[in-house]
Design a protein around this ligand. Structure first.
Ligand SMILES: Cc1ncc(COP(=O)(O)O)c(C=O)c1O
Length: 401
């Protein structure tokens, strides 16, 4: 509801309330928007009430793996598994089974990468680690990475909107393994598979699937490590990928460690089929880039918002993170800044113009707009005038308070 004091504000008078709302106001960075046209009817053929081990159940799981390989262009000699506990489960499984054989390079530039650093240092307690940590908005110096050691990193830092620009910094002749959390990159950015020994992601990201199921992609070198290295720490059943020192191949051929949701499996298949219908990974990347380009054009004109990512070369096209650079906002104390950013996001939610676009709780105050492939460019276009309006409205309300 608009307060009279706000209505009188000259600040507000400059920004008219937009008429058009995004058709789909879902801009959350996870779970991300469902694909255009999705409805529950997409799940009508789900194998609910049936065993995932039945012939039909297993066929669905295999179909997810095969379509994933096709859409992502994963090499034939890489293994792909559906694993429990989303991207977190997949990445933890990789770290706990593979690390410890040699020193580790730990890269982080936002909260998820920092979470993996914490795990390696405080839980696995590995001593031979080197940390490359950059503040929000920046990338560490990738030239420092020693490829004789293992490397742990998130391709796209979802909470800072900073991603590695490519895989050129990873040696093709590396002796260590690269462990890449690719959850907000897979299906949106080109991943150089020959540079990645482990890649993980969750269904709830770029294809807009459901949460709690993770994907684990392993190179032949990662499999060789699994079969030659026995970590000194205990491994729960959920993490065990080998038996008697040999890879449990069945997990990469449609068996699962524990029971998956066949409803989520159906939804993942729906997402993959849609991905194929828009041109596979090239089509998905093009949609993502087009969405991000809409924001870039607006940012170039904006007098209050800017990218959190300082340099264009490492700016994420999926999790676009914005900071507020308006001098009025800048002079506020950090608590007040967080309150303003939160108020902008809440106002947009109340209006039904955008849901879930507040910055992550660990990130600097601001906004975060998911631009992955399931988002439509005309919805991003329709959102932008609302951002201007909501910021002006919030600022006016606070300036006159
Ligand atoms: C980079 C990154 N890593 C890990 C996660 C955790 O993913 P999940 O909750 O699917 O396990 C997220 C979720 O947003 C993420 O963005």
């Amino acid at each position: 509801m608009t307060k009279p004091a706000v209505l009188r504000s000259p600040l507000l008078a400059a920004v008219a309330r937009p008429n058009r709302k995004p058709n789909n106001p879902h801009f959350s960075s996870g779970p991300c928007a469902k694909r255009p046209g999705w409805s529950l009817a997409a799940l009508s053929q789900a194998l609910t009430g049936r065993s995932h081990r039945s012939k039909a159940g297993k066929a669905r799981l295999i179909e997810v793996i095969e379509r994933t390989r096709l859409v992502l262009g994963i090499p034939a000699d890489y293994r792909i598994a559906i694993v429990p506990a989303s991207d977190t489960g997949a990445f933890e499984m990789a770290m706990w089974t593979l690390l410890g054989q040699r020193g580790v390079e730990l890269l982080a530039w936002e909260s998820f990468g920092l979470g993996w650093v914490t795990d390696v240092v405080k839980q696995l307690k590995l001593g031979d680690v080197r940390q490359f940590v950059a503040p929000y908005g920046r990338l560490p110096d990738l030239r420092q990475i020693d490829s004789t050691r293992d490397v742990v990193f998130a391709w796209n830092g979802t909470t800072s909107g900073v991603c590695v620009p490519d895989g050129d910094w990873i040696s093709a002749e590396r002796q260590g393994l690269t462990l890449c959390d690719a959850t907000s990159a897979a299906f949106a950015m080109d991943l150089p598979w020959h540079k990645l020994d482990v890649a993980t992601y969750s269904w709830q990201k770029v294809l807009g699937g459901e949460a709690q199921h993770g994907m684990l992609v392993l190179s032949p070198r990662a499999v060789a490590r699994l079969e030659s290295h026995a970590p000194p720490w205990p491994l729960p059943k959920l993490f065990r990928l080998t038996k008697g020192g040999k890879l449990q191949e069945a997990i990469f051929l449609g068996d699962t460690i524990n029971t998956p949701s066949m409803l989520c499996v159906e939804d993942a298949l729906d997402g993959l089929r849609w991905a194929e219908s828009v041109g596979g990974r090239a089509g998905l990347a093009a949609r993502t880039r087009a969405n991000a380009a809409v924001i870039a054009r607006w940012i170039a004109r904006s007098d209050w918002a800017a990218y959190l990512a300082e340099e264009e070369r490492y700016r994420s096209p999926t999790s676009v993170c914005l900071k507020i650079v308006d001098p009025w906002f800048q002079q506020l104390e950090s608590k007040a800044q967080a309150a303003v950013a939160k108020a902008v996001a809440s106002l947009l939610e109340e209006e039904g113009a955008a849901f879930d676009i507040g910055a992550h709780r660990d990130a600097p105050a601001g906004l975060r707009i998911w631009c992955g492939a399931t988002v439509e460019a005309n919805d991003v276009e329709a959102l932008l005038p609302w951002l201007d309006w909501a910021y002006a409205h919030t600022k006016a309300g606070r300036s006159t308070a």
